[in-house]
Structure formats: structure tokens, C-alpha cells
Design a protein around this ligand. Sequence first.
Ligand code: R5P
Length: 290
Amino acid sequence: MTLLFSFPDQFELQKSLLQNSNFAKGEWEWRHFPDGESYVRLLSDVKGRSAIILCSLNRPDEKILPLAFLASTLKELGAKKITLIAPYLGYLRQDKRFKPGEAITSSHFANLLTHYIDALVTIDPHLHRIQKLQDIYNCECTRLSAASLMAKVIVHTIKAPLLIGPDQESEQWVKDISEQANAPYLILSKIRHGDRDVEITLPHIEGYKNHTPVLIDDIISSAATMIKAVDLLKKQGIQEVVCIATHAVFATNAYEALINRNGVKVITTNAIPHISNGIDIAPLFTALNL
Ligand code: R5P
């Protein structure tokens, strides 16, 4: 039986995956020494067995070292295959050298990770200029999508939804969700001037007066994108706006800044544990043969 190891912030998801699959629980210990270095110990016998590590790679800088230590120890102690399930895969957005001398961290991070793992499973990775994960991840890659789960939530909980993608990149999932939810959609245009500074253009949505705008994105990070789009909708007299995203990255105070706007509801998946989680991704993994 494949062993499923989890990082502490995903114990809930691990529990639900264990209930709905043939995986057995992998036991390990991770703590910090007084000097801040990591102590990692494997408690399950992995010899000759496949192992899965469940670790969403938000805050990747603090997780990558313990992840490398765990994966290396699994390999040393005889695991035959190591699969990383990273519901959120970080370091995908810097996929180009925009200014001379910049590190293309999407490739460097991919090279680093693939040194330790044999296979990667992730959900709605932020692929923009990179066509597919295999272009930078030199291992077996599986890309899942939360679109069908989002479509179900929209159909069951939102009256007359008008789906809105805040930028061109979002069209790939918004179009898919619109087909599954049988709802109209619009794609806005966005120019990013800085980490927390975006310019968005919203057309007049007069014709959708009786609809509920549902902003859909893969990631909410600084929330600048969602906030700008919400504010433009408010200017057109819209009262209620629903914001849906796969990955609740939420930088400091970003969630509060978004939710404090009147009439805004935020729903995210538990790809990253967060107070706004309202969509469970566990069903996406049941068909996987790992
Ligand atoms: C960008 O291309 C992504 O799809 C999201 O729109 C973006 O990552 C959101 O970032 P933020 O919340 O910082 O505006």
C-alpha cells in the first residue's frame, strides 16, 4: 500500500484522502532545533513501498528544505517511488527574465524539486508562457483542475451568475467553468504595474443587471487584482460580488482588505488551508493511480 505523508498544514486533507483511497498513513516527525534548523525523522517503514508527500508549496522558501530532507530520507530508506502532491505549486509566475539579471525562478525551482521526486501532481498550476509542466519539470506530471468543483458550487449557490475573469490568463479556466455551469462569461484586460499595483478595464455590464458577478482566478495573492475588479463593479452600482479562486495564497492583510469591501463573498478551495475555503479538492484525487 502506498504511504501518504503530509506536511502539518494539510493534515485535514490527508485525513480525507486516507478515507477515500487505498493509501496508508505515512508517519514522520518534523520539528525545529533551537537554532532554527529542521529535524526530520521517518517513523514508517518505507522499504519497497511507494510514498506520497502532500505539501502545498505556498510559502515555498520555508517548506522546500524539510521537503528535500523528507524526500531524500524516503529514498535512502528504500522507497521505490516518491510522488509529490503539491495542490498549490509555487514559483510558477516568474517564468521570464523581465529585467536583465533576474532569476527565472520557475525553472530553478523545478530543477531543484525534480532532484528529489519521481512524480508531481498539482492543481491549476499557473502556466502562462510555459505551455505544460513537463516543459520545466523533468518528471511524471499530472495536472488536475478545480473547474468542475467550482462549477458545481456556482450552479448550486449563486443565482444568475455572470462569470468574470480578471485577465487574459484566466480565460483558460473561466471558459471551462462557464461551459460546465452553463453561465455567461466576460474576460477583462489587466496591466500589472507592480506587485500590488494593477490596472483593470471593465466594460459596461448594463446588459447583466440581474446577474451576480462571480470573479474567478487561479490565485489570490496580494488581492490587488480582485480588489480592483470589485471596486470597478461597485462603481457600476453592483451590490453583491462573489470572488472564487483555487489558491488562497493571501499575502499579509490581503484577505481582510478584500472581505472588508461591502457585499463581497470569497470562496476558495482547500488547496491551501485558509478561512475562505469552501470547496474541497479531495474528490479530484480519488481516480489517481499513485
Ligand atoms: C496572475 O496572472 C494570476 O492569474 C492572478 O491574477 C494573480 O496572481 C493575482 O495576484 P494578486 O492577488 O497579487 O493580484
